[in-house]
Ligand binder design. Structure first.
Ligand SMILES: *[C@@H]1O[C@H](CO)[C@@H](O)[C@H](O)[C@H]1NC(C)=O
Length: 176
C-alpha cells in the first residue's frame, strides 16, 4: 500500500517540476508556439536556435530572425547559382543558373524590404515581400527540375530549407 501514500508526493513533485520547467523554458515555448503552424517546425526552430537573440524575441523579432535566415540562404544560393552557371558548358543550363542567380539576388532585396517593413509594423507589406522572394525561388526550382539539371546535394538542401522557412515566415507574419 506504500504506493498510495506516495501519490500526493508524486503529484507535488510533478507540479513542482512542471513549474520549474515553465520557468526555464518560457522563451523556448514562444519559439515553439511561433513555429508550431509551420509545415516543418523543426526547420523553423533550427533557424531560431542559430540566433542568440531569439530567446528574448517577441513575435516580430522571431519573424525578423526567420526572414534573416532566408536572406542568408538567398545570398548563398545566388553565389551557388552563379558558380553553377560558370561551371557548365551546356548553354541551356547556363541560362537557367544565371536566371536563378538573378532571382536570388532580387529575392535578397525583397527580404531586406521585408525586414524593414516588420520594423515599421507594416506586416502586410512584410508578408508580400516574403511572397515575392518565394516566387522567384519557385520559378528557379521549376526551371531546374523541368530541365533535370544536376545540383549538389548541399545546394538542394538549402533550396528545400528556403521554401520551408518562407512558408514559416508567412504563417508567423500573418498572425502578428
Ligand atoms: C555555395 O555557396 C556558399 C556560400 O558562398 C559556399 O560556401 C559553398 O561552398 C557553395 N557550395 C557549392 C557546392 O558551390
Amino acid at each position: 500500500m506504500a504506493s498510495f501514500t506516495n501519490i500526493p508526493k508524486l503529484v507535488l513533485l510533478l507540479i513542482l517540476s512542471s513549474a520549474a520547467c515553465n520557468l526555464v523554458s518560457t522563451d523556448q515555448k514562444l519559439m515553439e508556439k511561433e513555429c508550431h503552424n509551420a509545415e516543418v517546425p523543426a526547420t523553423c526552430i533550427e533557424c531560431l536556435n542559430s540566433d542568440s537573440g531569439a530567446k528574448e524575441a517577441d513575435g516580430v523579432g522571431i519573424a525578423t530572425i526567420i526572414v534573416n535566415c532566408i536572406n542568408n540562404l538567398a545570398e548563398s544560393l545566388a553565389a551557388n547559382m552563379s558558380s553553377l552557371a560558370s561551371g557548365t558548358r551546356k548553354k541551356e543550363a547556363k541560362v537557367i543558373f544565371q536566371w536563378c542567380a538573378k532571382g536570388y539576388s532580387s529575392a535578397k532585396k525583397e527580404l531586406i524590404s521585408s525586414k524593414q517593413a516588420l520594423k515599421n509594423g507594416k506586416y502586410d507589406a512584410a508578408e508580400g515581400s516574403v511572397s515575392a522572394a518565394l516566387k522567384s525561388h519557385v520559378q528557379c526550382l521549376d526551371k531546374i527540375e523541368s530541365n533535370e539539371e544536376k545540383v549538389q546535394e548541399n545546394i538542394v538542401q538549402k533550396i528545400r530549407i528556403y521554401g520551408e522557412l518562407s512558408e514559416a515566415a508567412n504563417r508567423i507574419i500573418e498572425r502578428l
